[in-house]
Ligand binder design. Structure first.
Ligand code: AMP
Length: 220
């Protein structure tokens, strides 16, 4: 039964959370809810929420709790009634975690695990500095500095590769600091309630996926 698998995925920026969330989604048939993707889609559609969120996102700062909670909570509950899910990038503050916990308890669809994909800081800076995404299919690439000026096309779909505003060096340092100050306490919240599993996010993508499934006891 996959419908009872409800996970929250954690990791510093650049740890490969999005990639692992995608693999877990495909492998386990779960819905994938990413607050970063939701904000980016609001921005693309030109909504007022998207415009407000971008002010914070472009600087590497967190979007205020009330905006995030209002945007995502109903969606999680709706999805959670019908299927299992992976939360990617939410909750990111203790206040978000407390709000999520309360609503999921009320709806009798509590999280069953929280998974931290951890990567040392020097590796994160290296990874994020070279991270480019395809504008069409969102495939991630790691480019060398000499490719930054004129990136090659996406090898999957031929789309244009671009660097996210918040992957620029100034924003990366801020995002790592924000993670340490604001999101690390959320990990303590899930450590205290016994849900947190931790794995290393260094190595090949498939290896990390295998580690994740083992830690979550879903590797049978
Ligand atoms: P991500 O794609 O998960 O790295 O998110 C990109 C940006 O969206 C973050 O740096 C924040 O500015 C914003 N964001 C995403 N999720 C949250 C959240 N749960 N709380 C506050 N801000 C968020």
């Amino acid at each position: 039964m996959t419908s009872s698998i409800r996970l929250a995925l954690f990791g510093p920026p650049g740890a490969g959370k999005g990639t692992q969330a995608q693999l877990l989604k495909e492998g386990l048939g779960l819905a994938h809810i990413s607050t970063g993707d939701l904000f980016r889609s609001h921005l693309q559609q030109g909504t007022s929420l998207g415009t407000k969120a971008a002010e914070f996102m472009n600087q590497g700062l967190l979007v205020p709790d009330d905006l995030v909670i209002e945007m995502v909570m109903d969606k999680i509950v709706q999805v959670g009634r019908d299927s299992g899910f992976i939360l990617d990038g939410f909750p990111r503050t203790r206040e978000q975690a407390v709000a999520l916990d309360k609503v999921l308890e009320e709806k009798a669809i509590p999280l069953v695990s929280a998974l931290l994909v951890d990567v040392p800081q020097d590796e994160l800076v290296k990874r994020l500095g070279g991270r480019f995404l395809c504008r069409s299919c969102q495939a991630p690439y790691n480019l060398e500095p000499e490719q930054f000026e004129s990136p090659p096309p996406c090898s999957r779909c031929g789309g244009e590769l671009f660097q996210r505003e918040d992957d620029r060096p100034e924003a990366v340092q801020v995002r790592i600091g924000v993670y340490q100050d604001q999101t690390a306490p959320v990990l303590d919240f899930y450590r205290e309630n016994g849900l947190l599993k931790e794995i290393s996010g260094v190595g090949a993508i498939e290896e990390i996926n295998a580690r994740a499934l083992k830690a979550l006891q879903l590797d049978t």
